[in-house]
Design a protein around this ligand. Structure first.
Ligand SMILES: [Zn+2]
Length: 340
């Protein structure tokens, strides 16, 4: 391909340009994606090493000459534009449009829904406003129970009928009994959602945070089923071999209750600052559903049993990405959010 001939032709055509439309056509013909320059580049592969070197130089010369010439003619044509005519420069770099992305908590929620979904769990949306009955009493937390002190509550007006007072749910467990009241077991569900605590904030506490509740009710369910489920879930969330261990715990709505620890994702159990040299990370609470909770849902006399668990999605995101302050999630600070 004789580029000097083509360049000569292009220069001739450039001198005859009358308007921007013609200029754009000319640009496309010689320098565009399917133009002569591009053809010459494609043809390089069929040449010998020696020829390629020579033709490469010719291509550079062609591109440089024509780019300069077209820039000049463009300026001339632009100068002759009438007022009000808009000039569109096809060669200027495009304006970058900022692209949004998911919030880190939402990313963990999405992954959780996908993993639990693959294990046959349904995702349930619950209400953030619920009654004192469903948040406390139905879960075996009567009015004088000390567990209420641990969950300072945003009340939304008191009712004479005490258990009908409304509040912002302090945990996603508040959705357990409403769900069981209108669904016949067996079932396995997760309930992700925002919960609220009326309390002072610090690096590991905020007054609103995301929880994920799980509930599986069937016949012959044991703790082994529960451990099997969470082992799979955490291995897939953290994308590595993870060990879990159960320690005795206490929650009014489960019996027996457990605290679940995860082998440290940073040091693999050797001991580091993240796990405070213990090799383990506290991750969630769980247990077998308390008979009183099944009684609240009127499932107590029919042989049903199951497990329930609750975890903070913020805690999991913090471990996964090494975030040291839970308040960052709702700070709206773009410098933080843009990292994910
Ligand atoms: Zn560690």
């Amino acid at each position: 391909m004789d580029l000097s001939q083509i360049l000569f032709q292009a220069q001739k055509e450039a001198r005859e340009l009358k308007n921007i439309q013609q200029w754009e056509d000319l640009y496309r013909k010689y320098l565009g994606k399917k133009g002569k320059l591009s053809d010459a580049l494609v043809a390089l592969k069929d040449l010998t090493v020696e020829e390629r070197k020579k033709q490469g130089q010719a291509i550079n010369h062609f591109k440089q000459e024509l780019t300069q010439l077209l820039a000049k003619t463009q300026d001339q044509l632009r100068g002759s534009l009438k007022a009000g005519q808009r000039f569109f420069d096809v060669s200027s770099p495009a304006v970058k449009i900022p692209q949004g992305h998911g919030h880190p908590i939402m990313e963990i929620r999405r992954q959780m829904e996908e993993i639990f979904g693959s294990l046959g769990f349904s995702v349930i949306e619950g209400q953030e406003v619920t009654s004192e009955y469903y948040n406390f009493d139905a879960l075996n937390i009567p009015g004088d129970h000390p567990a209420r002190d641990a969950m300072d509550t945003f009340w939304l007006g008191q009712n004479n009928q005490r258990s009908e007072s409304m509040l912002l749910r302090t945990h996603t467990s508040a959705m357990q009994v409403p769900y069981m009241e209108c669904h016949q077991p067996p079932f396995k569900i997760i309930i992700p959602g925002m919960v609220y605590r009326y309390e002072a904030t610090d690096a590991s506490h905020d007054y609103q945070f995301y929880q994920l509740e799980g509930l599986m009710i069937d016949r012959d369910i044991s703790i082994a089923n529960f451990k099997g489920v969470i082992d799979v879930v955490f291995q897939r969330i953290f994308n590595r071999q993870i060990k879990t261990r159960l320690r005795p715990g206490f929650f009014p709505f489960t019996e027996p209750s457990f605290e679940i620890d995860l082998s440290c994702v940073k040091c693999q159990g050797k001991g580091c600052t993240l796990c405070k040299q213990t090799g383990w990370l506290e991750i969630m609470g769980a247990g077998m559903v308390h008979p009183n909770v099944l009684r609240s849902a009127k499932l107590d006399h029919s042989g049903w049993q199951g497990f329930a668990f609750g975890m903070g999605l913020g805690r999991i995101a913090m471990i996964k990405w090494g975030i040291d302050d839970i308040r960052l999630f709702f700070s709206g600070d773009l410098r933080f959010l843009k990292q994910f």
